[in-house]
Design a protein around this ligand. Structure first.
Ligand SMILES: [Zn+2]
Ligand SMILES: [Zn+2]
Length: 369
C-alpha cells in the first residue's frame, strides 16, 4: 500500500487508544486486530503501542529526510480552484497542512481539519468499511481508509469545505484479499463446532461489503452463504435474508442458476424468508428451486420432492389448505414409489396429518374433507 512513512502524533495516539479499547474486551491479539482493521502494518502499530507505554518517550533521531507526516492517503486531494493536486506543506503555525499551486491560495489548509471532515463523512456514509470494536471510531482513523471508498476529495476555500467523489465499490487491498480467503476457510471449518467464532470471521471477511450493492464475487458469495446459514440457525432472519439474497444473486451471476452453489443459496434464500414469516416470497422461491431441481436432478429426485413438500407447507401457511394437502399427498405418493424405505416419506406423512388436524382444529370446512 502506498502510504507514507510517518503518521501525525494525534493519529498515532488514536490508534494506541483503540488498541487499549480492544484490549479491554479481548485479552489477546489487540494490536493485530487494530492493525488489520485500519490497514496498517502490525509491526508499526506494535511500535507505537510500545513507545506509548514506555516510561520515557524514547524517540531517537529525527524523521528521515523527505519523509513527512500525513493524515490522508496521497493522491486524493485536489484544489477546486486550480484543479491541481494538493500535497503536504508546513503550515505557518508549524502544524501539518495541504497546499496546491503557488499563488492559488493565500495560505495552506490545516491537514488535521481536512482529515477530520473526510473521516466524519466516511463514518456517516461508509461506516461498514471499518469494523466495529464497540467503541466509536475517531474521524482521523476513519480517514486512513479514504482511498478505499473515495476516488477524489476536492477542497474549496476552507478545510471543511470539501466535495467527495465516492467510488462505486470499495477497494480491497490484495493482502486483505488473501486474508479474507483464509478467514472464510476457517469459518467453514468452525461453522458447526463454534458458530459464534465462525460468524465473527465471516463478518470480518465481509467488512466493507454491502449485500445490497456489492458486485458478484466468489469469495464474498461463499462467505455470504455461510453467514446466511449461520444466521438462520441462530435465528437472525433479517440478516440471513440480506446475505442469502446477495449469495443467491452473486452465485447465479458467477456460475449460472443450475450450479450447486446457486441452488444452495436459493434454498437458503427461500428458507430465510419462510422463517421470517414471508410466506408469499418463500413460496415463489421454493417454486423456483423446485423448477431448477426438476431440470437438473429430475422431477422424481429426492431433493426435488423434498422441496415440493416444503412448498406445500408454505401453501398451507398462506391459507391454501386444499392446494397444500393435494400437493403434499401427491408428493408423498411419488416419493414412496420412487424412494422406497426413505425416511422422508414418513416425515412428509406426519406433516400431512398435522395439516389435517390443524384444519379440523380451526373448523375449516373444506370440500374434500
Ligand atoms: Zn489551487
Ligand atoms: Zn384448512
Amino acid at each position: 500500500m502506498a502510504f507514507p512513512s510517518r503518521y501525525p502524533p494525534d493519529l498515532i495516539d488514536a490508534v494506541v487508544q483503540r488498541v487499549a479499547d480492544v484490549r479491554a474486551v479481548k485479552a489477546y491479539g489487540a494490536v493485530t486486530t487494530v492493525a488489520r482493521q485500519l490497514n496498517l502494518d502490525p509491526r508499526l502499530v506494535q511500535k507505537w503501542v510500545t513507545r506509548a507505554n514506555a516510561p520515557v518517550a524514547a524517540q531517537p533521531g529525527s524523521p528521515a529526510a523527505g519523509s513527512w507526516e500525513t493524515y490522508l492517503p496521497p493522491g486524493l486531494l485536489y484544489c477546486r480552484f486550480c484543479h491541481q493536486p494538493m500535497s503536504h506543506a508546513e503550515s505557518p503555525d508549524a502544524g501539518q497542512a495541504y497546499q496546491c499551486q503557488p499563488g492559488c491560495r493565500p495560505r495552506p489548509l490545516d491537514a488535521a481539519t481536512v482529515a477530520d471532515t473526510v473521516g466524519r463523512a466516511i463514518l456517516r456514509h461508509a461506516a461498514r468499511i471499518i469494523p466495529s470494536t464497540g467503541t466509536p471510531t475517531p474521524p482521523l482513523l476513519a480517514a486512513i481508509h479514504a482511498h478505499r471508498v473515495l476516488a477524489r476529495v476536492t477542497i474549496g476555500a476552507t478545510a471543511s469545505d470539501i466535495t467527495l467523489t465516492w467510488r462505486a465499490t470499495p477497494v480491497i487491498e490484495p493482502a486483505r484479499e488473501a486474508e479474507r480467503v483464509q478467514r472464510v476457510a476457517a469459518a467453514r471449518n468452525l461453522a458447526l463446532s463454534d458458530p459464534l467464532r465462525a460468524r465473527q470471521l465471516l463478518y470480518d471477511s465481509l467488512t466493507g461489503v454491502d449485500p445490497a450493492t456489492a458486485p458478484a464475487d466468489p469469495v464474498y458469495a461463499e462467505a455470504a452463504t455461510l453467514l446466511a446459514e449461520l444466521q438462520l440457525r441462530l435465528g437472525h432472519c433479517a440478516d440471513a435474508i440480506a446475505w442469502a439474497t446477495y449469495a443467491h444473486a452473486s452465485t447465479v451471476h458467477l456460475y449460472g442458476p443450475t450450479h450447486s452453489r446457486a441452488l444452495r443459496a436459493l434454498h437458503l434464500h427461500a428458507a430465510a424468508h419462510r422463517r421470517a414469516g414471508h410466506h408469499q416470497r418463500a413460496y415463489h422461491l421454493y417454486r423456483q428451486l423446485a423448477d431448477q431441481l426438476t431440470r437438473t436432478e429430475g422431477p422424481h429426485a429426492h431433493r426435488t420432492l423434498a422441496v415440493q413438500a416444503t412448498t406445500a407447507l408454505v401453501l398451507h401457511a398462506l391459507g391454501h389448505c386444499q392446494a397444500a394437502r393435494t400437493l403434499l399427498a401427491d408428493t408423498i405418493t411419488t416419493h414412496r414409489r420412487e424412494h422406497p424405505g426413505h425416511s422422508a416419506t414418513a416425515r412428509m406423512t406426519r406433516h400431512l396429518s398435522r395439516i389435517w388436524r390443524d384444519c379440523a382444529a380451526k373448523g375449516h370446512q373444506h370440500q374434500d374433507t
